[in-house]
Design a protein around this ligand. Sequence first.
Ligand code: G3P
Ligand code: MG
Length: 243
Amino acid sequence: MPRPRPDQVQAHRGASALAPENTFAAFRKAAEQGAKWVELDVALLGDGTLVVIHDVTIDRTTSGSGALSDMGRADLDGLDAGSWFDDAFVGEPLPTLDAVIVELGELGLNANVEIKQHAHHRSLDQLVRTVQAAIARRAPRTEIMISSFDPEALRAMHKLEPALEMAMLWERPPEDWETQLAAIPASTIHMHYKALSIGLLKETSKRGIKVRAWTCNNPVQLMSFWDAGLAGVITDDPSLFLA
Ligand code: G3P
Ligand code: MG
């Protein structure tokens, strides 16, 4: 069966099938599995602290409750972002991106930083500058790429960091994907694996556009796409693809 190379596999929110998503434990697990890349989600708290979390509230993934917009850095103390997943992860903190970037360097992992669109992110400039400050702390060998469902976030980020790979997130790319990518500019599409087609991969390959598929946890479903030019997979369980 055709399989991706290790550098084509990104652990979605870390190895989130095996450890609580977007935590140090999930990133450590991804490294243990031999992953080279993790995908993680970032958002601002009300006081401008950049944290690694998927939702707009802490309800689902921590022991606490409330909206990110009502929180500040001090509210992270004592939060448990692990026990909802399994008792083995009690006490796992809800991390800042600053702290995660340092940890990734120690683990030898690269990161796909997904910038979330949230209504409380009123200043795009503040958001992208905070991301820029955090990734500036990366170890020299740590590679960073940026993804977002928000083309404006990618455009603003590209202005600050023109050398970074920008990936536009679409469930299914729109008809005018080429025009939309050029307007950012972005060189990469991250799309739902169920919307993949050989025809699309032919068109994107011709134009030098990379395509990665999320969030796929069954290698058989991507089998026919690697030879057609699929550039990568974002998965909750990297071991399935790295085996
Ligand atoms: O990067 C792909 C994937 O993370 C996008 O969706 O909701 O899991 O952040 P979501
Ligand atoms: Mg994500």
